[in-house]
Design a protein around this ligand. Structure first.
Ligand code: FAD
Length: 910
């Protein structure tokens, strides 16, 4: 059995460095390796059995391998997170992309990713655990010295934020048969209200002075010879982690509430003591529980004899505390005597006896983002937990959880150091405690992102009906409930039209569908479209805090749901407009940029007309994106919303040909928005482009979509696809062309892309769908010639293999041909989908309009072009991009046009 896994090898290879750093003594290091080998062997045995059984069955595994259930469950989670159980479909849930990317299989990444994403709980354990002291953690900074880091991943595996089997948090803590249980506060033996009788402790400590009294008892009874706690430092209210080894020093630990201190960073220095207590917040207790179950860091843990947990609703970094006081109370730290939270309000007691207070809810933006992942108020993994919630001022609530905790509490009573009061289960105090604890559990509900209901791939490859069918109301409520409602919602800034996503999710969760719809329409007039085609995975969902800890909220699915709910209920919500100001504005192009700009201007009271070259509106939404992804009826319906806002649409009008902007000026239009997209196909510079069977995606998709060629002969637009179709490109257009070709009867569709799967710009969901539909992919391949038969019909494509070089100006790695790697592929049809360029029809009619060297319109940051009163946005400015970015540009331009017109026409704005 191979037990020298990468982790053990890394540690052994770095043995000399590790011993030099002196975090571990030689004996401890050797013990660590022994315990790791044992643990690795155990895990491999489990993996072998799971492979044998083809499933995870705890009962059978327990019988087959003699192992404690806790450890078994932990090991399974560990294997899952490492990706070792992928053969059962069990993928890693936390920081999945980092784990996938990790080069050495079998090693976790380091905790920098957690800190970067701000999910860190600030316990400081990683600092202690790091065998080479590459991590330096203080209460507001975290440094990882990458030059020193040996990438063993020990820090990640110990971190309470990386992964932790939820079931283990709820296992029986006490062995005592008297264990009682309440869901919000977990298992316990007894609960009391208590306070100290020691006058000195009373003077210095907060609330009931219980923690200090318990520690004093533990010293006197020689249960401990030291304790890790926090102490007030030179800077007021900036607590420092300290080791206290004398009873007389205990009074140093006071007045540090609500400021997080990474106490476990000094765990490694506490090893010179035989019996230590650790006082800390729930996340610290959880971290200790984690390393106790899986003894990777036995040397660090073995001397911990007592865990005193604190209640924690939310904690702040020291710098955040300073910002909070400055921002919300306009005071500096120097004057503060004490901070407290009571009845949902945050209190500041000033030295001059003034008291400031504010609802805790309003302080969310200051809290640590990592706190939104904690559902533990009462330090469920401690021996004894202490906090103020539920007790009167001057008293503390004490939850005794283990026999150790009970013994200590009794000793304190015997010594007459504390007094206790009943805290009955039917009392108001008990109800308050449970209610507050439950409210914290609501923050982080570990449920899974829903899977979209979809048409079976075997059926859908022969029809054009929509692939995705939407979510049910139950799925929507569950999913909305998963939102953390975090203090600094990054999803809003991740969305180019800045939808208030947390509020939208809150309304959905409360079942207030109509309000959710209204809110959505206020920000976005095209939710049914965006919910279907936006690349959420690189926008709002990418910024979702949950993205790294498990899976992001399915924001796109929920957006689609609310728009579909509107249609199903035959509603037509549209935001209010200001009174008409009779100012005429022209929008050129009815793609997402034009539609959004028109909608925003109409809401501001303008008389808006959209001029559209085609006979149908929607731009690429209508003639580019196929029916099975975005039904045309849905686009039509969303365009109808604009008509409710009194936007007029004039079809079959090519501005630059049928009419010019000068004509429009003469017709009384005062400002213009150009949103004509980038619809000119791009061609590769290779031979054979003129052969029959070589098409552009633009032509192919327009025929299929706008002219309903897929319904031939019911519609009179024929479209020919051969048996073997090669699609060249890796974006949405390429994938759409490939999937349309499959549906039109091609036997084989091969997508040829010059870069690798990772660089493909297409929406991920569409790629997965294409794979399910048996589209073949040839990555790192490029066509170099199309070869025809004697009738000039395409018969072969000569391709070359590529490798990836250094990143180019797009940030993606540049593909470079590999010498002597040419080969031939038989094909009847080639569809070129390698990109699009700006269409010059309109821009040519405006010779003074400033363009980029590629023919795109140049604008300033307010979407203003070089010509007065003319604004532009969408693909004609940015080059081929996305629906939502075009919408964002339309919205921004509308605001700028409003400002311009207000100034120019001296409009009165209410
Ligand atoms: P367009 O949508 O191109 O609209 C421009 C409009 O202007 C058209 O209606 C055109 O007819 C009209 N017009 C042009 N010239 C004139 C003129 N002279 N006078 C009057 N009217 C004129 N993005 C995503 O986010 N998700 C996807 O899944 C996705 N899939 C795509 C699939 C395909 C096949 C394609 C081609 C693109 C896809 N995109 C996708 C990109 C996205 O559709 C575009 O970025 C977006 O439509 C650009 O919007 P726009 O308003 O700037 O231009």
């Amino acid at each position: 059995m191979e037990t020298k896994t990468p982790l053990i090898n890394i540690l052994l290879n770095n043995k000399d460095t590790i011993l030099k750093v002196e975090r571990y003594t030689r004996i401890e290091f050797e013990n660590l390796i022994i315990s790791l080998i044992k643990a690795e062997k155990e895990r491999q045995d489990i993996l072998k059995k799971i492979k044998e059984f083809g499933s995870i069955n705890i009962l059978t595994l327990k019988k087959e391998i003699e192992i404690a259930e806790d450890l078994l469950i932990y090991n399974i989670e560990y294997l899952k997170e490492l990706g070792s159980l992928e053969f059962l479909g069990e993928k890693s849930r936390f920081f999945h992309s980092s784990i996938e990317k990790n080069k050495i299989r079998g090693i976790f990444p380091n905790v920098k990713i957690i800190r970067d994403k701000n999910l860190c709980c600030g316990c400081g354990l990683c600092d202690s655990v790091c065998p080479v002291h590459a991590i330096n953690y203080t209460s507001s900074t975290f440094e990882l010295n990458e030059d020193i880091c040996i990438e063993c991943g020990l820090c990640f595996s110990c971190c309470p934020r990386s992964f932790f089997p939820k079931s283990l948090k709820k296992t029986k803590i006490g062995t005592d048969s008297n264990t009682r249980h309440s869901e919000p506060i977990n298992n316990y033996l007894e609960i009391y209200s208590a306070h100290t009788t020691d006058e000195r402790i009373k003077k210095f400590a907060q609330d009931g002075g219980i923690v200090t009294s318990l520690l004093k008892t533990a010293f006197q009874a020689q249960i401990i010879d030291a304790s890790i706690a926090v102490s007030v430092s030179d800077e007021p209210h900036k607590p420092l982690p300290v080791i206290i080894d004398r009873e007389e020093e205990l009074l140093r630990t006071a007045g540090t509430k609500y400021t997080n201190s990474p106490s476990l960073k000094i765990l490694h220095t506490s090893r010179s003591y035989n019996k230590i207590a650790v006082v800390g917040t729930p996340c610290m207790m959880e971290a200790l529980k984690k390393i106790s179950i899986y003894p990777l860091n036995k040397p660090l843990y073995e001397n911990i004899v007592l865990k005193i947990g604190l209640f924690c609703m939310e904690s702040f970094d020291y710098d955040q505390i300073k910002d909070l006081l400055r921002g919300e109370f306009k005071i500096t730290l120097k004057g503060i005597r004490k901070m407290d939270i009571d009845k949902g309000r945050f209190f500041i007691f000033n030295k001059d006896d003034s008291i400031y207070t504010i609802p805790v809810k309003e302080l969310k933006t200051y809290g640590r983002p990592g706190c939104f992942f904690c559902d533990d108020l009462t330090s469920e993994q401690a021996d004894i937990s202490v906090g103020s919630i539920g007790s009167e001022p001057g008293w503390s609530t004490v939850i005794i959880r283990t026999s150790k905790g009970a013994d200590l509490f009794q000793k304190a009573l015997n010594l007459k150091l504390i007094e206790k009061k009943e805290f009955a289960e039917d009392s108001k105090s008990f109800r308050i405690l449970n209610r507050v604890a439950k409210s914290k559990q609501k923050i982080y509900k570990e449920t899974y992102r829903p899977k979209m209901i979809e048409q079976d791939p075997r059926l859908r490859i022969s029809n054009f009906q929509e692939v995705s069918e939407g979510l049910t109301l139950e799925m929507v409520k569950l999913e909305a409930n998963r939102c953390l409602q975090c203090g600094m919602p990054h999803c809003i800034s991740g969305c180019p039209v800045n939808i208030d996503i947390p509020q939208f999710l809150k309304l959905l969760k409360q079942g207030k569908s109509i309000d959710a719809l209204r809110l959505m329409k206020n920000y976005n007039l095209l939710p049914a479209i965006c919910g279907r085609v936006c690349p959420q995975e690189i926008q709002c969902e990418k910024s979702c805090l949950l993205n790294n800890l498990e899976e992001p909220i399915a924001i796109g699915y929920l957006e689609r749901f609310i728009a579909d709910w509107e249609r199903k209920n035959q509603l037509k919500e549209c935001p209010e407009c200001k009174a008409s100001n009779d100012v005429k504005v022209a929008v050129i192009g009815s793609g997402p940029a034009g539609l959004t700009c028109a909608g925003e201007l109409a809401r501001l009271g303008y008389d808006v007309t959209i001029f559209e070259a085609f006979h149908a509106g929607g731009g690429v939404l209508t003639y580019g994106i196929p029916e099975f992804r975005l039904p045309k009826d849905i686009v039509k319906e969303e365009i109808e919303t604009l008509k409710l806002l009194d936007v007029k649409i004039q079809y079959n009008t090519i501005i630059g040909k049928s009419l010019t902007i000068q004509d429009l000026e003469e017709m009384g239009y005062k400002a213009f928005f150009i949103g004509v997209g980038a619809g000119l196909p791009m061609f590769p510079k290779i031979l054979g482009l003129n052969l029959n069977g070589v098409l552009t995606a633009n032509e192919f998709l327009t025929r299929a979509n706008l002219m309903k060629a897929y319904k031939f002969p019911d519609y009179d637009t024929p479209i020919k696809v051969g048996d073997v179709v090669l699609v060249i490109g890796g974006g949405n257009t390429a994938l759409d062309s490939a999937r349309v070709a499959k549906r039109l009867g091609a036997k084989r569709v091969i997508l040829v892309y010059r870069r690798s799967e990772v660089e493909m710009p297409a929406r991920k969901e569409e790629y997965y769908h294409a794979v399910e539909e048996k589209i073949e992919f040839m990555f790192l391949t490029n066509p170099i010639r199309f070869i025809g038969d004697d009738k000039d019909n395409l018969k072969q494509v000569k391709v070359v293999k590529m490798r990836l070089g250094k990143p180019d100006e797009s940030g993606r790695r540049r593909p470079i041909p590999i010498e002597n790697s040419e080969s031939f592929i038989q094909a009847d049809t080639v569809i070129l989908a390698i990109g699009a360029l700006a269409n010059p029809v309109l821009t040519k009619s405006l010779p003074d309009l400033k363009l980029s060297k590629w023919g795109y319109i140049e604008t300033d940051e307010n979407s203003k072009t070089s010509l007065e009163g003319i604004y532009a946005g969408g693909d004609i400015v940015s080059g081929s991009a996305t629906v939502i970015s075009a919408m964002g540009a339309g919205k921004k331009a509308a605001r700028a046009m409003h400002k311009y017109l207000k100034y120019k026409l001296a409009l009165i704005d209410d």
